[in-house]
Design a protein around this ligand. Structure first.
Ligand SMILES: [Ca+2]
Ligand SMILES: [Ca+2]
Ligand SMILES: [Ca+2]
Ligand SMILES: [Ca+2]
Length: 189
């Protein structure tokens, strides 16, 4: 009787349905302080292994959102606020040069076009990039400037999929219950 119950529990655990899951990874710290120039790219990695993703989980798609910002230039203006109070004051203005960006997500290249101040979003619902993220929970990003210079402030990766209970852990519970059942029966015999 006990053994049958244990088996039933083990089977019920093993066949429990996968549950929908969302894993979000945010990166706000970048090399070079996030500055991207034509001679120096910014590489970083999204890692969802510390955001609840477990190897063996299934990813069905993900969104990538990056926040870019142009730099500013500072010049000095001679300003008088009264007859005897004149002086040089710093004046900040947007960098007048144009900047263009190019992004690599894994091995996929994406032309960002003109960057200026902007937020860029990309959705990946199929293709090799899902496999790249699913295989090890990590995705490498490489942000380049093809013209001018700009900064990246933030990058957020949101992956969706399904989490399946670990078969190893469930198997151990099942084996333990069956073993306990066998021991109980031996005792009774
Ligand atoms: Ca993470
Ligand atoms: Ca500019
Ligand atoms: Ca990967
Ligand atoms: Ca610039």
């Amino acid at each position: 009787m006990f053994r049958k119950t244990a088996l039933a529990i083990a089977i019920a655990c093993a066949s429990s349905a996968a549950s929908a899951a969302v894993w979000t990874d945010t990166v706000t710290s970048f090399e070079n302080g996030g500055r991207v120039t034509t001679s120096d790219d910014v590489k970083y990695q999204h890692n969802i292994l510390d955001d609840g993703f477990v190897l063996g989980n299934t990813i069905t798609g993900f969104d990538l959102k990056i926040w870019l910002r142009d730099d500013t230039t500072t010049s000095w203006d001679f300003v008088c606020t009264g007859f005897f109070s004149c002086g040089w004051v710093p004046v900040t203005s947007p960098d007048s040069a144009s900047e263009y960006g190019y992004l690599y997500v894994g091995a996929t290249g994406i032309n960002l076009g003109e960057v200026d101040d902007g937020t860029f979003s990309f959705s990946f619902g199929s293709g090799a990039l899902i496999g790249d993220l699913q295989a090890d929970g990590k995705l490498n990003i490489d942000l380049n400037a093809t013209s001018g210079d700009f900064y990246i402030d933030k990058s957020v990766l949101t992956a969706t999929g399904s989490a399946v209970p670990l078969p190893g852990a469930l198997g151990l519970i099942g084996i333990g219950l069956v073993g306990l059942g066998a021991a109980t029966r031996r005792k009774q015999a």
